[in-house]
Design a protein. Sequence first.
Length: 114
Amino acid sequence: VQLQAYGGGLVQTGGSLRLSCAASGSIFRINAMGWYRQAPGKQRALVAEISSGGSTNYAVSVKGRFTISRDDAKNTVYLQVNSLKPEDTAVYYCSMVIRVARYWGRGTQVTVSS
């Protein structure tokens, strides 16, 4: 199973991006999907997650600005990020739980300039 993330980039404060992450390989069923981020000098932390039933959970710092969604037909998870702030600068990693194993993508850089 491989996860490939897309959509990172350099944006100004207040800008938006849409991150995508597609899974490929031997996939039977994807349970939870999520996005994490790691800023320089900090630990990787949960940004948002979505269950197979569509329930979502967000970090307090991104509530109201980020939206996670999934397309099971495409084995893809999305993260719409709006109203970006410099403190959102980080490498964003997607993660999926397939059966009982957790898989990670390589990460995509999001840089927000002030």
